[in-house]
Design a protein around this ligand. Sequence first.
Ligand code: PLP
Ligand code: COI
Length: 341
Amino acid sequence: MKETEIDWSNLPFSYMKTDYNVRCTYKDGKWGEIEVSDSEYIPLHIAASCLHYGQESFEGLKAFRGKDGKVRVFRMDENARRFIRSAEGVKMQPLPEEIFCEMVRKVVKLNERFVPPYGTGASLYIRPLEIGISPRVGVSPATEYTVIMLVTPVGPYFKTGFKPTKVCLSREYDRVAPKGTGSIKVGGNYGASLVAGEKAHELGYSVMLYLDPKEKKYIDECGAANFFGIKDNTYITPASESILPSITNKSLRELARDLGIKVEERHITLEELPTFEEVGACGTAAVISPVGEIDDIDTGEKYVFSKNGEVGPVSTLLYNKLRGIQYGDEPDTHGWCEIID
Ligand code: PLP
Ligand code: COI
C-alpha cells in the first residue's frame, strides 16, 4: 500500500501489511543472525510446540513521529526485559535484550514510511513474538525458537479514543489463575479472555473488567490494560500477582510523582469504586482510556464516573504528559525514548 493512500487520522487498531518483518532463530544452542523477510508467512512444523502446547509469548510497543520528523521508540528496554520474563514463564529460550533492541531498530527503520505523520494521533505498533518451533507430541519444551517482529500503523485501541468508555464486570470469568501466567504476556491468556471479551462486546461494553481470580474481591485487570483510579490527588492502581506489569502504568506512576500526585499500589475493593473521582485503563494500545462507567452485570449495580463525556483533570494531565514525551513535544527527562535514525 502506498503511504499516500493511508487515512492516517482514522486508522483503526488493526493489522495492515507493511514492507518487512525481522526474524531471529535459536538453534543448536545459540541465536542466529537477524533476518529480514518480506513474507507475511512462516514455515512451521505441524507438531511445533507453539501450536500444541502454547509455547508462545509476545510484546507490544510503539514508535512515534515527532514534529521534528524524528522517530522515537518508547521504553523498548522495558519490553525487552518483560519478553525475557514471558519466555522463562513458558520455558522458552529468552532473547537477549541487545538482540531485542537491535530487532526493534531494524524493523522500524525498514518500515519507516509506515510511521504515521505527526499530528494524526497514530503510531507504529511493534509486535514482537516468540514461538517454540521444535516438534513435540509429549508435553515438553522445544529446543528451537523463532522470534519475529512485525509492525503495523495503528490508531486508538478503543473506538472512543480519549473519551470515556463503558466497561462491565462479572464474577463468571477469569482471565488467568491466581498463581498462573497473568503476570507474563503469553498468547494463552488472551485466548482464555476471548469468551469474556466477546460477551462484553455483545452487551455493548468495550471490555470485561476482571476481579482477582482468588477471592473475587479486588479489581484486577481491565481487558488487555491495567486499571487505575484517582481520588484526593492520588493515583491508585491494583497490586496483584495476576495482572501484567504494564510499562504504561509504570510510566504514569513516575509522571504522577513528578507532578506531585501521590501514588498507591494496593488492593482496590469493589466497595471503593464509588469513591473514585476518575477511573481509567492504561496500556500501550489503550494509552489512557478514560472509563466513564462500570456496570456489574451480575448484580445490576452501576458505577458512573463521567456523565457528560468529560475526561477528568488528572487523567487529562497524565495523558498529555505521556503523549508529549512520546511525540517529542515535552522534554524526555527520564530518558524513555530512543530516536531511530
Ligand atoms: N495488561 C494486559 C493484559 C496487556 O495485554 C497489556 C498490554 O500490553 C497491558 C496490561 C498494558 O501493558 P503495557 O503498558 O506494557 O503495554
Ligand atoms: C498492548 O497494549 O500492547 C496490548 O498488548 C493490548 C492488546 C492489543 C493485546
